[in-house]
Design a protein around this ligand. Structure first.
Ligand code: NAD
Ligand code: DAU
Length: 345
């Protein structure tokens, strides 16, 4: 089986690539990534020399390149994670999200559709396509789509194209919609790694609005395990929600993080909380996400493995032990290194 994983140098993609390369020596894993600001091959140094792993630098928006790549390698399956993923960036530059998340996905679908012996197109999506909840209720697989940000609108559009290719061309597809991930290799523009980095450097912790928005946090390795189970067991054409049953307001997450890091950095109790700064709210900020993952738990036997407090502490430990990774990412120097290592196709 030749599997193309897109976006494998990003946060979640690197965990998926690692899991598949280590667990399935009989699969050939190809990691296709453009290495945007969010892609970092340092996320994969532990597996880069494995015989069943190949990295390919390339852009999913380039249809000619994608068609040639599929013609050359005749992939049997795709696990598609490549995307522009940050909501704030989508507010300042929506078109980039349309190119990568919509057109890039359609380019991959077109190439998969004409590849002989093609078994599965697995599209990795987000709970944000369902919109925003009030104080009660949860997103299920049948919740109507109601995206609010340019990011979630572009992901919703890509989900619709994936389903359309199943219904129209009988392409074998599955989709999963996951809640907020956290863990090692998370790019420090997102709330949790941003605040870990800022606490470490004694900088302000910017909390949008009053910090009352709720997110449902899942440890990234649990997401990767769910993708493994769905990839191997889900019925074609199906959708699965993935989530941790783990809702926290943003302010509660950051207070917990401050307490964990007071101890880890030997600071006085309460010292880090003084860094909390309330700032202007995100435009169109969704109030609450909560995922009902009963279908995945009942049908396929997956469940989250870590409690949030334990997962957050493990994440802080990883960031504190990986200074060099964090410093390279925040300085941007890793991108210059990759330019010199890889020739653009
Ligand atoms: P990320 O931003 O960390 O990584 C995205 C990767 O895609 C990067 O390596 C980047 O270089 C690559 N990429 C971007 N544009 C590309 C292009 N045009 N061609 C090829 N590669 C390109 O994102 P992430 O947080 O790891 O998210 C991965 C996927 O999971 C996304 O599809 C996202 O929508 C989805 N998702 C994320 C979360 C989350 O909490 N982070 C939750 C649910 C779903
Ligand atoms: O729900 C899944 C989604 O989770 C994924 O599809 C996205 O790719 C991923 O980026 C994430 O989106 P969010 O917008 O929820 O994540 P972010 O880390 O940007 O923000 C989490 C919450 O924290 C959100 O309510 C906004 C708030 N926030 C964020 C930042 C960056 C702040 O209060 N301050 C900040 O500086």
């Amino acid at each position: 089986m030749k599997i193309l994983i897109t976006g494998g140098a990003g946060f979640i993609g690197s965990h998926v690539v690692r899991l598949f390369v280590n667990k399935y020596s009989n699969y050939q894993i190809y990691n296709l990534d453009k290495l945007t600001y969010a892609g970092n091959l340092a996320n994969l140094t532990d597996i880069e020399g494995k015989p069943n792993y190949t990295f390919i630098k390339g852009d999913i928006v380039d249809a000619d390149f994608i068609n040639k790549l599929f013609a050359e390698h005749k992939f049997n399956a795709v696990i598609h994670l490549a995307a522009e993923s940050h909501v704030d960036r989508s507010i300042s530059n929506p078109l980039e999200f349309v190119y990568t998340n919509v057109i890039g996905t359609v380019n991959l679908l077109n190439a998969a559709k004409t590849t002989p012996d093609f078994k599965l197109f697995y599209h990795v999506s987000t709970d944000e396509v369902y919109g925003s909840l009030g104080d009660t209720g949860m997103f299920t697989e049948t919740t109507a789509y109601d995206p609010h940000s340019p990011y979630s609108a572009s992901k919703a559009s890509s989900d619709h194209f994936v389903r359309a290719y199943h219904d129209t061309y009988k392409l074998p597809v599955v989709i999963s919609n996951c809640s907020n991930n956290y863990g090692p290799y998370h790019f420090p523009e997102k709330l949790i790694p941003l605040c870990i980095n800022n606490i470490k450097n004694n900088k302000p912790l910017p909390i949008y609005g009053k910090g009352e928005n709720v997110r449902d946090w899942l440890f990234v390795e649990d997401h990767a395990r769910a993708i493994d189970v769905i990839f191997h067991k889900a019925k074609h054409g199906s959708t699965y929600n993935i989530g941790g049953h783990n809702e926290w307001t943003n302010i509660a997450v950051i207070r917990l993080l401050c307490r964990i890091m007071d101890k880890k950095l030997n600071r006085a109790a309460g010292a880090n909380e003084k860094l909390i700064t309330f700032v202007k709210d995100r435009a169109g900020h969704d109030l609450r996400y909560a995922i009902d993952s009963t279908k995945l738990q009942n049908d396929l036997g997956w469940k989250p493995s870590l409690q949030f407090e334990e997962g957050l502490e493990k994440t802080v430990d990883w960031y504190l032990a990986n200074d060099e990774w964090l410093d390279n990412v925040t300085s941007g120097s890793y991108q210059k290194y990759y330019e010199s290592q890889y020739v653009k196709r």
